[in-house]
Ligand binder design. Structure first.
Ligand SMILES: [Zn+2]
Ligand SMILES: [Zn+2]
Length: 296
């Protein structure tokens, strides 16, 4: 089997969590907790953790997701590299890996082939199980040829542990082990689970504005945690949009930052929901979603 064989075509029962490969993931949780509890504490450590959470969440949402997976706005080659680097400081694997798999999620959303559907495989699998499964280790290059043509992005994708390692070294140099425990440890654990709620809870909890062919939901709490990604039913209905909060009351912090970056000339051509999409969104809510039967 070649590394680029379609992993999503595997029947659900074949895919399982690789226990040995999961050890670093769980060990990181334990070390972050131990470090935060037992190392010397200063009041500003949690602020650094929170700041790095939101700065890197922007890398995940505006970078991995809205730019690399959906091309919902444009940018130059240098800023594109910086965005990929920032996204990878979140320790969520390579930029091509992330965006390539996400394109598959939209292609098969909540169908049996969806690699992280809570409807098909349960909440735990959608939240973290699929990431810890060795079946999805390879970058699905056929999905992401448009960005794989850039050697600097291929380098970052291959060496995806480099950005979080450099961030960790910087934190140690500035504030020693305690700052590492908060700035990289606690912050990254929260960032992981904040991001993962979009694959798990955003297909379970919330309201449905659009009758999409999946069970995606809009959820304002998840939108605050994820800088706008919680408007997930909006997103599944019109994924090309750079904004996921379609109306003024749907807070979408990533989009506000993108507007600021557009004003500075660093990004441009931010795509918007069409007038038709906005008008449809004002209609009464659609009927509940009925999941297709899983392949067994
Ligand atoms: Zn998406
Ligand atoms: Zn989704």
């Amino acid at each position: 089997m070649s590394p680029t064989t379609l992993p999503e075509r595997r029947p659900a029962k074949v895919a399982g969590v690789a226990l040995a490969a999961s050890v670093p993931f769980f060990a990181f949780h334990v070390l972050a907790l131990l470090g935060a509890v037992f190392l010397p504490f200063k009041w500003w450590y949690p602020l650094v953790a929170l700041g790095l959470y939101y700065v890197r969440m922007f890398g995940v949402t505006a970078g991995y997701h809205r730019y690399f997976a959906h091309r919902s706005y444009k940018s130059g080659r240098v800023f594109q590299f910086l965005l990929a680097f920032l996204a990878e400081t979140s320790a969520q694997k390579g930029v091509l890996w992330w965006a390539g798999h996400h394109r598959d999620h939209h292609r098969h959303s909540d169908q049996p082939e969806d690699i992280h559907s809570p409807v098909q495989r349960g909440l735990w699998w959608s939240h973290v199980g699929w990431i810890l499964s060795s079946h999805y280790d390879a970058t699905p290059e056929k999905n992401i040829r448009d960005f794989a043509k850039y050697p600097e992005l291929r380098f970052l994708d291959k060496h995806h542990l480099l950005p979080p390692t450099l961030l960790g070294l910087l934190l140690v140099l500035i504030g020693g082990w305690p700052l590492l425990a908060w700035g990289l440890g606690v912050s990254t654990v929260l960032l992981w689970h904040g991001t993962f709620t979009i694959n798990s809870l955003s297909h379970v909890l919330g309201s449905r504005r659009y009758p999409t062919t999946d069970d995606s939901r809009n959820n304002w709490v998840l939108a605050l945690i994820t800088m706008g990604e919680g408007w997930h039913n909006n997103h599944h209905h019109f994924a090309a949009s750079a904004r996921q909060g379609f109306y003024w009351w749907e807070i979408d912090m990533s989009y506000y930052v993108l507007r600021l970056l557009a004003a500075l000339g660093l990004v441009w051509d931010l795509r918007q929901p069409t007038a038709k999409v906005l008008a449809e969104g004002r209609l009464p809510q659609p009927a509940p979603y009925a999941a297709p039967v899983a392949v067994r």
